[in-house]
Design a protein around this ligand. Structure first.
Ligand code: SF4
Length: 460
């Protein structure tokens, strides 16, 4: 079940990994399939149908934008966020779209991109069907894809081994599918959790590219913190949510002496980091999916806390943090889900909290058992967390919720570091509980915007 760290941490754009990043990759994969079949240049029309949660909250999550960009040949980690409006406006104005940026077809959005809110495909709540026709209206290719959370995409015949394009037939040296197995490997070999993950990563990525790749991820996280702290105004989408990170950041840097009087001012900084990233995400900016976009602020906030406030923090600690957190993300994805459409927000902010807690413990020199304990605490106290975004936008409760996830992760790490790693509930047990809770959760609490805050908050 091992997946690459670089599939778990992906540089992309906001606001949603499952509803923006995933559909963009799906459109890209469909075009590749069309091209491989030698049918791209015969295509006269492409139609896309969205089902389930993608249809219900796709407008608020910019799924329509993502599909248009994907069909135009853009990919999430390379598209320039500042060009997105121009690309989409051009397609909508001219009603023409260049597939892969080279083969132009007519594209009438009201006809060719349908949100089927009453229908759901059998494989997953986030289903998409792409169809290409030639000039005689003969079907050239029709494929179903699922966006399974965290930007992962699977064609309907790949659901068991979902991937985003990397070779999934690799054989890592230390495979694990449970926390118990992972801890056993560590005990037998004397390795840290991070060492196991980094050894496994060599099966996916050339060794000399792993550390630079992880520093690139950390650099992108810091970039989203910086942009979020330097940008003010109102977020798009119609809810009129005002950005807060910029204002709070300015207050902190213009009154530095206030921090001397308030020992908890470090918490204000953690809040600022998380708000900054998630406001960037909500604005469609560049963020790192970690493990999802809705929860993209938790890990950067906790890692920035480590980098700036923890004694002895260094580059090695950053690698250790990301690799250890990655192991927890892999376990949650494999044994439960990181898709809010499947298990609610416990799979997004809950997963990020659990990952960050373990990462922080490991970076601070804690044992493997303490890291597992921290991950368990981080998830245990997010069990049952619903997904109910107001207006289907990844803004309320999402942005603020990331500050809570970051705080909880830091507290979980501190609790675990005060113990010796022994504890009553295992990480495996809490992940299984999360899975079962997600199954029991009513659909209206799973990224449909049909329950919870989404129906109780009156829009202004
Ligand atoms: S409520 Fe949680 S899971 Fe739902 S969109 Fe917001 S961050 Fe994502």
């Amino acid at each position: 079940m091992i997946i690459s760290l670089f599939d778990l941490y992906k540089i992309g754009i906001g606001p949603s990994s499952s509803h923006t990043v995933g559909p963009m990759w799906a459109a890209n994969r469909f075009l590749h399939a069309l091209q491989a079949a030698g049918k791209l240049n015969d295509t006269a029309r492409v139609g896309v149908c969205l089902y389930g949660s993608l249809a219900l909250t796709g407008h608020g999550h910019a799924t329509d934008t993502a599909i248009l960009l994907g069909l135009a040949g853009e990919v999430p980690d390379e598209v320039d966020p500042d060009r997105i409006d121009d690309i989409v406006t051009d397609i909508r104005t001219r009603q023409r779209l260049k597939l892969f940026g080279k083969h132009e077809i007519r594209f009438i959005e009201s006809r060719d991109l349908l949100f089927l809110t009453d229908e759901r495909l059998p494989g997953h709540a986030n289903g998409m069907r792409f169809t290409a026709w030639d000039a005689e209206n003969e079907t050239l290719l029709s494929e179903v894809y699922y966006s399974t959370g965290g930007g992962f995409v699977a064609r309907e015949d790949e659901l068991e081994g979902e991937h985003i394009g990397r070779d999934s037939n690799v054989n890592p040296p230390f495979p694990f599918s449970s926390a118990k197995q992972l801890l056993d490997i560590c005990r037998i070999t004397g390795m840290r959790i991070a060492d196991v993950v980094l050894e496994n990563e060599k099966a996916f990525t050339e060794e000399e590219r792993i550390r630079p790749g992880l520093f690139r991820i950390w650099g992108a996280m810091q970039g989203s913190i910086r942009r979020g702290c330097s940008t003010d105004g109102v977020l798009p989408g119609g809810l009129n949510v005002t950005r807060r990170a910029h204002k709070l950041y300015n207050e902190m840097i213009h009154r530095p002496e206030a921090a001397l009087k308030d020992p908890l001012s470090v918490l204000d900084w953690v809040n600022i980091y998380a708000l900054a990233v998630n406001e960037e995400n909500a604005a469609g900016g560049r963020v790192v999916t970690a493990p999802t976009n809705g929860a993209a602020g938790v890990i950067p906030a906790v890692l920035a806390y480590y980098d700036r406030f923890c004694p002895g923090a260094d580059e090695e600690g950053i690698i250790t943090f990301l690799a250890t957190a990655g192991a927890i993300g892999m376990l949650i994805k494999h044994n439960a889900s990181i898709s809010a459409a499947e298990v609610g927000c416990q799979g997004e902010v809950g997963a990020a909290c659990s990952m960050a807690a373990a990462g922080l413990v490991a970076a601070m020199g804690g044992s493997n058992e303490q890291a597992e304990n921290a991950a368990e605490i981080g998830m245990e106290h997010n069990l049952g967390l619903t997904c109910d975004p107001v207006n289907g936008l990844v803004q309320v409760p999402c942005i603020e919720r990331n500050t809570m996830g970051a705080m909880k992760a830091i507290n979980a790490a501190r609790l675990a570091l005060k113990g010796d790693g022994t504890h009553m509930v295992s990480l495996d047990e809490v992940i299984e509980t999360m899975r079962q809770t997600g199954l029991d959760m009513q659909e209206k609490y799973k990224e449909t915007a049909e329950g919870g805050l989404a129906v109780n908050v009156v829009e202004c």
